[in-house]
Design a protein around this ligand. Structure first.
Ligand code: ACO
Length: 337
């Protein structure tokens, strides 16, 4: 199921007024992983492009990581925590199954007025949150929105499975949405899609109502990420190419109009395959997966903040965000900065 590109126009245009990110201090290198599983720096680098990832402290939960990223975004937007009206956290690694991680974030930040809830759309989650928030702010239901992609994936990794443990890391990225103003940038278009026929390709099989963790299955690591990597790879390339073209067309633009592509940071080979198919020059693509690995819902958000703060985006630039993840889910957005 895919969203109708023509239905993605909000009542009032909405802009991104600030971005932020936070990465835990501890760095896990490919050399560290060589000591943990049968792998090599050469295999990981050549197959994925990943060199390092960040790992949160034991006492640092997804909500803490999310709140740190959010503080930076609020500061850049010039919005006080007390004035935030909507908080959406995109995550597949919540502090607890209930309440939502967004509720903890509301407390950490001190946003008593904010309605707070989570979105679960894996690596596409930040762009799903963007879509919900922009329509909520655009319709006038909320004056502003704080959206956060945050993950503590290290808590859901089987550290003896080389197929997955080399790929993921922890981190958070955030953005503040406000109504667009005369002469300001705005979100031009977006596109979302889901294919629930492919749930088995990428999931955390245990820990939910379908398979609770019990004394009998406790040693099977069922509450960790399981993935059919090769199949996911193919779907990722096709879905992200399609989603990119939908959002660009819906914005009334051509691919040549896009100044910077910020793709989901899962695998350099996936990104290369997409940009080759789209015909985008490599220098117009933002990459940071070498530093952080795949941080799922946080990845696009962290990359957006880094691109913003490193001066890779200027006022008036059109940028493309595109993501893909478990579900399967995919999402894209074109933003005029
Ligand atoms: N070190 C060394 N060898 C390894 C490792 C490792 N870490 N992992 C797998 N291998 C081996 C496999 O066992 C296999 O060996 P075999 O040929 O003897 O059976 C060989 O390497 C090739 O394995 P493949 O899985 O075919 O390798 P591939 O080139 O497909 O790369 C990867 C695997 C990196 C996982 C890739 O398929 C990928 O990136 N897939 C998509 C990931 C993604 O985009 N996920 C989406 C978002 S995640 C989310 O939503 C939470």
């Amino acid at each position: 199921m895919e969203s109708n590109p023509n239905s993605s126009q909000s009542n009032t245009s909405v802009r991104i007024a600030g971005t932020g990110s936070y990465l835990p201090e501890k760095i896990l290198t490919n050399a560290d992983l060589e000591k943990m599983v049968e792998t090599s720096d050469d295999w990981i680098t050549s197959r994925t492009g990943i060199r390092n990832r960040r790992i949160a402290r034991e006492d640092e939960f997804t909500s803490h990581i999310a709140a740190e990223a959010a503080k930076n975004a609020l500061e850049q937007a010039g919005i006080a925590a007390a004035d935030v009206e909507l908080i959406i956290v995109a995550t597949i690694t919540p502090d607890t199954i209930t309440p939502a991680t967004a509720c903890y974030v509301q407390q950490h930040l001190g946003c008593p007025r904010a309605v707070a809830f989570d979105v679960s759309a894996a690596c596409s989650g930040f762009l799903y949150a963007l879509e919900i928030a922009r329509h909520s702010v655009g319709a006038g239901a909320f004056k502003n929105a704080l959206i956060i992609g945050a993950e503590k994936l290290s808590a859901y990794i089987n550290w003896t499975d080389r197929n997955t443990c080399v790929l993921f890391g922890d981190g958070a990225g955030a953005a503040v949405l406000l109504p667009a103003e005369e002469g300001s940038g705005k979100i031009l278009s977006s596109h979302l899609g889901t294919d629930g026929a492919q749930t088995e390709l990428l999931n955390i099989p245990g820990g939910g109502s379908a398979c609770p963790i019990t004394v009998e299955n406790a040693d099977q690591q069922l509450a960790t990420l399981a993935m059919q990597g090769r199949e996911v790879f193919k779907h990722a390339v096709n879905a992200m190419k399609r989603a990119s073209l939908h959002a660009i067309e819906s914005a009334g633009l051509q691919i040549e109009d896009i100044k910077l592509v910020i793709p989901h940071q899962a695998n350099l080979r996936i990104i290369d395959a997409i940009v080759d198919r789209l015909g985008v020059p490599k220098e117009d693509v933002f990459i940071n997966l070498d530093k952080y690995g795949n941080t799922s819902a946080a990845a696009v958000a962290i990359a957006l903040d880094e691109a913003n703060r490193e001066g890779r985006i200027s006022k008036g630039d059109k940028i493309l965000l595109v993501a893909f993840g478990a579900g399967l889910t995919w999402a894209s957005a074109v933003i005029e900065w």
